[in-house]
Design a protein around this ligand. Structure first.
Ligand SMILES: [Fe+2]
Length: 313
């Protein structure tokens, strides 16, 4: 094994360096990589020969890959690769955050959490980077759970949390839009970004990781809607407290990319986010997605007709 393993930062993750993405990895190496992924849930892998073919080959070590349902952002040559391109205005509308224009900003979320079957994980590879900005954030919900008080753990143990799909940030009840002003291209309804209108999903609020048994505080600021069966005031107060907890900086890592870096994360355990780039900045990331093979939540119809019409300013 020619590669080394070190902590990614004080709090979380592992960093693999000296990796050859073109090598044929021994059974022992493959097992070590899978073990590291399960243990840490977040791996930065840095080395040589990072390219589309090798990203796909490397990704397949961790499970079956999923072609992204949105054909517009699928790579023409490699269906398993999704291209996240800051210059694509269809997927990167300009918005104002903190008084400045940004594209590609994403709040804390887990992919497909609004369905009952989130993907198992994903791998990003930095292809082209701007001089500044363009980082990716990762936050560990297992660490967030472990840091809760005994009282809070007992209180939430048997509760169920509801997620609701929404594309208009103003309509996400626990997402902070206090410094956000939507731009003209901001999506208003799921079909604006080529998505169906998903039913709600119900999950254990304390999710047990199907492979590690770890307990995960299953709360994301984006898409989380309510605690099942609690009066609204009580549900709102509890989710406000848990959302503030889960986004605390000590459970998070912000990655400053170098070209060729690959990051693999466990989407059952980690949230991710992106501060974005300034309009005109060139950032290209290639992504592969590892299929979710376990249903973690159940689909339930919306409790009432979805609000219609204009954005809720
Ligand atoms: Fe995402």
């Amino acid at each position: 094994m020619n590669w080394t393993v070190n902590p990614l930062c004080d709090a979380l993750g592992a960093k693999i360096e000296g990796f050859d993405f073109a090598a044929s990895w021994s059974d022992e190496e493959q097992q070590k990589l899978k073990d590291l992924w399960l243990e840490h849930g977040l791996l930065l892998v840095r080395g040589e020969n990072a390219n589309p073919e090798n990203q796909i080959r490397f990704s397949k070590l961790f499970g079956e890959l999923e072609a992204h349902p949105l054909k517009t952002i699928r790579s023409g040559e490699f269906p398993e690769l999704m291209e996240l391109n800051s210059e694509d205005s269809r997927t990167n509308p300009v918005a104002v955050w903190d008084g400045e224009e940004w594209v590609g900003r994403l709040g804390w979320h887990k992919d497909l959490i609004y369905t009952g079957k989130p993907n198992r994980g994903a791998i990003l590879r930095a292809v082209k980077l701007p001089e500044v900005d363009g980082q990716t954030g990762y936050a560990d919900q297992a660490k967030a759970y472990a840091a809760l008080s005994k009282e809070m753990k007992a209180r939430i143990e048997d509760l169920k949390v509801m997620y609701r799909f929404e594309v208009n940030l103003y309509k996400m009840p626990f997402f902070d839009t206090s410094t956000y002003v939507a731009g003209p291209g901001a999506p208003q309804k799921p079909s604006d970004v080529g998505f169906p209108d998903f039913p709600d999903s119900r999950y254990p609020l304390v999710l047990e990781h199907p492979e590690t048994g770890q307990k995960i505080l299953n709360v994301c600021p984006m898409f989380v809607d309510r605690i099942d069966g609690l009066p609204k005031a009580e549900s709102d107060a509890l989710l406000t407290e848990l959302v503030a907890h889960v986004i605390r900086p000590e459970f998070a890592y912000l990655h400053q990319w170098q070209e060729g870096d690959m990051i693999l994360w466990d989407n059952w355990r980690y949230m991710h986010s992106a501060p974005g780039v300034k309009p005109g900045a060139k950032r290209l990331i290639h992504r592969t997605t590892i299929l979710g093979d376990t249903i973690l939540g159940e689909s339930v119809p919306h409790p009432s007709p979805l609000p219609k019409g204009e954005g809720a300013h």
